[in-house]
Design a protein around this ligand. Structure first.
Ligand code: AMP
Length: 428
């Protein structure tokens, strides 16, 4: 099947061809006709499946078929909500690329940067607005944006939005929209909470589903290297050097861990930068641009900062530390093996993390093959230490300062680790 047979306008086909897309991905094949027909949509698809074009292309077509009001400033007719700034920025880039031959204006707004330029641009009139919920509400409160003419609402990564505690913000945004509109909901997972939201939001939705690419994860070669915690950095540097890896995304559990590792890699002569929630938006954007351009080899990230990152043909993902939540492993390795490419995911696992590894393998329903670089065998005399709220015990003083409210305990002894909203947000 080609994009032509989906009935998209020639301006859109031209933009798609310039992106180098030869044929629609499964989610695009299923979602585009539904959206073009004006129906509500509930789509189960992860980042990496081509879902952004799946909703953007037909949305552009629908907007361009209807003339905006000739008088007054252009009203926002399509609103795309995203949980994170990075994802919003990426959606915005895609919207811009796909709409380049159409007379439509788009804008991305998110927090962490000055609100005034966003207000100025909105004043000029915008057809498509990509936004994170908090900043959108700030803008609405200051009467800088009118949402009463929205025809199409897209909730992207709805599961993450709920995980990050955005449900009230989403409800407040929805209350500002006209009742009659088209709604598109994208989510990687469908918990009861998401189903409840979908029931309230969607009218007679078409349901489309594409295989979670990373539970199958055929395109990602996965390996585990068992190694002592204090030798992980050395092993990582060696693997990057020996393999001559030029673009590596490395995950740590904590912001501090990300900073520390990036510093150490730079000292080893491997150019690296860290991204996480404590970094300014400017620093995050710069690090990502440098990484994409190839001027830094290693990007060290926490889970939430990396969520939805779209890096074309990223060949290597390294779990410097395993995530506390097994599903995050799947999200992490989903950064590689995107579209048609293959990728490699390597996890450096120390004795403290064996329980986490078992949880991940249970979720994947398979064992991840072990590899070993000689000279890095774990020392059997080292005993496991607990991981508390993602942090490894550094020393007694630090632990007692940080976890005074939380007595040291085996956090995983009560079954599946759980994470609260505030922990998730702190973590990024
Ligand atoms: P997404 O799931 O929207 O984040 O898209 C993942 C990646 O796939 C992005 O880099 C897109 O540019 C790319 N992509 C989207 N649609 C196609 C397509 N039909 N063919 C090849 N690559 C695509």
């Amino acid at each position: 099947m080609s994009f032509e047979t989906l009935g998209l306008a020639s301006e859109i086909l031209r933009a798609v061809a310039e992106q180098g897309y030869r044929e629609p991905t499964p989610i695009q094949r299923q979602a585009i006709p539904v959206v073009l027909a004006g129906r509500d949509l509930m789509a189960s698809a992860q980042t990496g499946t081509g879902k952004t074009a799946g909703f953007t292309l037909p949305l552009l077509q629908r907007l361009s078929q209807q003339q905006p009001p000739s008088k007054g400033r252009r009203p926002v007719r399509a609103l795309i909500l995203s949980p994170t700034r990075e994802l919003a920025a990426q959606i915005g880039e895609n919207v811009l690329a796909y709409s380049q031959y159409l007379p439509l204006r788009s804008l991305v707004v998110f927090g962490g940067v000055s609100i005034n330029p966003q207000m100025m641009k909105l004043r000029g009139g915008v057809d498509i607005l990509v936004a994170t919920p908090g900043r959108l509400l700030d803008l609405a409160q200051q009467n800088a944006v009118d949402l009463s003419k929205v025809e199409i609402l897209v909730l992207d990564e709805a599961d993450r939005m709920l995980d990050m505690g955005f449900i009230h913000d989403i409800r407040r945004v929805i209350a500002k929209l006209p009742v009659k509109r088209q709604n598109l909901l994208f989510s990687a997972t469908f918990s009861d909470e998401i189903k409840q939201l979908a029931n309230k939001l969607l009218h007679d939705p078409a349901s489309v589903e594409v295989a979670r690419r990373n539970t199958a994860s055929e395109q990602v070669t996965q390996h585990v290297h068992l190694v002592d915690k204090k030798r992980k950095r050395e092993l990582l540097s060696q693997m990057i050097g020996v393999g001559n890896w030029q673009q590596v995304l490395v995950f740590t559990r904590t912001k501090h861990g990300a900073n520390h590792l990036a510093e150490q890699l730079n000292k080893d002569g491997i150019s690296a930068a860290a991204i996480h929630g404590n970094k300014s938006q400017g620093a995050r954007t710069r690090a990502l641009a440098d990484f994409k351009a190839g001027s830094i080899r290693v990007l060290v990230a926490t889970d939430i900062a990396a969520r939805g990152l779209d890096i074309d043909q990223l060949p290597h993902v390294v779990n410097f530390e395993l995530p506390n939540v097994p599903e995050d492993y799947v999200h992490r390795i989903g950064r590689t093996g995107r579209a048609e490419c293959t990728g490699e995911a390597l996890s450096l696992v120390c004795v403290d993390e064996h329980k986490l590894l078992r949880d991940i393998e249970r979720l994947l329903q398979k064992q991840i093959p072990r590899i070993a670089l000689p000279g890095y065998e774990p020392d059997p005399s080292i005993k496991a230490e607990p991981i508390i709220n993602g942090r490894q015990r550094v020393n007694t003083t630090e632990r007692s300062r940080k976890n005074r409210a939380q007595p040291a305990q085996q956090p995983h002894s009560t079954g599946k680790p759980r994470r609260t909203n505030s922990q998730r947000q702190n973590k990024a």
